[in-house]
Design a protein around this ligand. Structure first.
Ligand SMILES: [Zn+2]
Length: 572
């Protein structure tokens, strides 16, 4: 969630995931049109990398909702022309080729910058070279193309329109800082500072200062971008961003009803388990907790002694070896291990060429969340590195992001898996770690469920500013923590990426069950399980998470499985 260079995420995906604040920690950036997005919510004990990029995605995906004037100005795009003028196969191949080179160039630039090889992140020239990709005519022309290509063209067009906003947001974020007793803290470091701040009163002051800057300096830019997006969506022939994504095949309503059910079904569980973890780690109950306590809750410094920096990479290598993968001898996987100034402190994956050149960038700091980030990124890395090179561009680089996120989650969750901990790590309290991991997953799945419900309403609303109290209402209800209404714009993930994470958690829960049934509780140590994973990874992003799961297990992808997985962890 959150953004570094590249991993995969969405349409153009090179996602970068770099850690950040309190998001799921992945930066996934998708660059369609320059979006890099990030979702990351892990603790964030690490200094955040300087990622001018991460806002790109957030903004350009701020989406669009409708606007009456916009509709008047842009009559619905005549869909009947698609049938008579569907793009030719030659046009499609040209588009694939262009998109492929564009994504490679952007991902390489992210890699160079976030790995510390290059102080600046220069995307302008790349966008200039591929200007054709961001034209509205291109997006309209591709309406009859394979959906992933059409979506990429639309997202590139929308992203291109707000690129200057993204850059200004990045610029402002870089310049802002908070003065607090003891010194000045850059805006982007505030979340990290919260995670590392044991003093609650200081956490509160940091948060208030952050929210004030967000509201005064950044929200006006987010709003401008949101309004531009709204109008632009109309020019793509859709009444709003939500409807546009339904046309792309996103099952938003079905997923939303699963989210509502999960929120209901796990509410008392969250109240009880969340309260217990807050008391245990911070000495306060859930009823007294505030959002600024969450990064500290997830930081868990007491686990640092078990999750040591020097053991991270050896543990990953040994885990992959058990699955039949020799990380060091993979010619298409480039391990970037050197220390250098400016390098992102959090692991990230940049799939510059799929599968020929996948970068896994590491600068081990240690701690539970750093291990999670490394294993998560390694999941993306192995997925892209094993993707068949014979697939079409859209199956290698675009497609359903829940698939690559699912592979990343499968690896990430090993770090809390009792059987894996017993085998790989000398930790005293395996059950306690599994239990805390379940609480953390519960927090995130409830938070993302509420985010999806909010985003669906936000993008259909006639007046985005009116959604501010609604954001706080939905998030507060889900988390039982008084959410900050100031985040009603910056907490939106463009391209409904939130659906990728939600579905990836279900994918992970159900696939893990299957793997345990098939290969035993220590499936991750079975060569035959590795053979199966390699076979599935070779499919790239071609099948959706639903199709992949049905094919392997015969089951339907269901969010309820995440609730079952959480209950299992809590019972550990
Ligand atoms: Zn990811």
């Amino acid at each position: 969630m959150h953004e570094a260079p590249v991993v995969a995420d969405d349409p153009l995906e090179g996602a970068l995931e770099v850690g950040d604040e309190d998001r799921v920690d992945l930066l996934v950036d998708r660059h369609s049109g320059g979006r890099v997005r990030h979702v990351d919510e892990h603790g964030g004990s690490l200094p955040a990398p300087d990622r001018p990029a991460h806002r790109f995605g957030d903004v350009d995906e701020l989406g669009v909702a409708r606007g009456r004037e916009a509709e008047l100005l842009h009559p619905a795009y005549p869909t009947d022309r698609v049938a008579s003028e569907a793009p030719t196969s030659r046009e499609l191949d040209d588009f694939r080729q262009q998109a492929d080179r564009f994504i490679a160039a952007v991902d390489e630039e992210y890699y160079l910058h976030f790995a510390g090889h290059k102080p600046t992140l220069e995307l302008e020239a790349i966008y200039a070279d591929f200007e054709e990709l961001t034209r509205v005519e291109t997006a309209r022309r591709l309406e009859g193309a394979p959906t992933e290509l059409w979506r990429f063209a639309c997202e590139s067009y929308l992203g291109g329109l707000t690129r200057s906003h993204q850059e200004r947001l990045a610029q402002v974020e870089t310049e802002l800082e908070v003065t607090i007793a003891g010194g000045q803290i850059p805006y982007r470091m505030l979340r990290v500072a919260l995670a590392n701040e044991p003093d609650r009163a200081r956490r509160e002051r940091l948060e208030l200062a952050r929210l004030e800057l967000l509201d005064e300096r950044l929200n006006p830019l987010y709003m401008e971008a949101a309004l531009i997006d709204r109008e632009a969506v109309a020019s793509l022939g859709a009444p709003n961003y939500y409807e546009l994504y339904k046309r792309f095949g996103f099952g938003l309503d079905e997923l939303a009803s699963q989210c509502t059910a999960l929120l209901d079904e796990t509410e008392s569980l969250w109240v009880k388990a969340g309260d217990r973890l807050f008391r245990e780690r911070l000495g306060i109950g859930l009823a007294d907790a505030r959002p600024f306590d969450v990064p500290r809750l997830l930081r868990a410094p007491e686990l640092d002694v078990s999750y040591r920096p020097e053991q991270m990479l050896p543990a990953l290598e040994a885990t992959l070896t058990d699955l039949g993968i020799d990380l060091r001898s993979q010619k298409n996987v480039h391990l970037d291990l050197e220390q250098r100034p400016g390098k992102s402190p959090r692991a990230f994956c940049a799939a510059i060429e799929v599968p020929a050149k996948v970068m896994l960038v590491i600068q081990p700091i240690g701690g539970h969340d750093d291990w999670e980030a490394l294993f998560h990124e390694a999941g993306h890395t192995e997925h892209f590195a094993h993707t068949s090179e014979d697939l079409p561009m859209e199956a290698k680089r675009l497609g359903d992001m829940a698939v690559t996120e699912g592979w990343a989650m499968l690896m990430q969750h090993l770090v809390d898996e009792p059987a894996w901990l017993t085998r790989r790590l000398d930790v005293p309290q395996v059950a306690k770690i599994a239990n805390a991991g379940a609480v953390s997953l519960l927090y995130f799945v409830r938070r993302y469920s509420a985010k999806l419900l909010y985003e669906i309403e936000f993008f259909q609303s006639d007046d985005p500013a009116s959604m501010r109290p609604r954001y706080a209402e939905l998030l507060t209800e889900a988390l039982k923590l008084p959410a900050n209404p100031e985040s009603y714009l910056d907490d939106i993930d463009g391209s409904f990426y939130v659906t990728g994470y939600l579905r990836s958690w279900a994918f992970e829960a159900q696939l893990r069950d299957f793997l345990r049934g098939e290969f035993g509780n220590d499936w991750f140590a079975r060569r035959s399980a590795g053979d199966l994973l390699r076979e599935l990874w070779s499919l790239g992003q071609q099948p959706t998470a639903e199709a992949l799961l049905a094919d392997v297990t015969g089951a339907r992808l269901e969010l309820a499985s995440v609730g079952d997985r959480i209950r299992e962890g809590l019972a550990a």
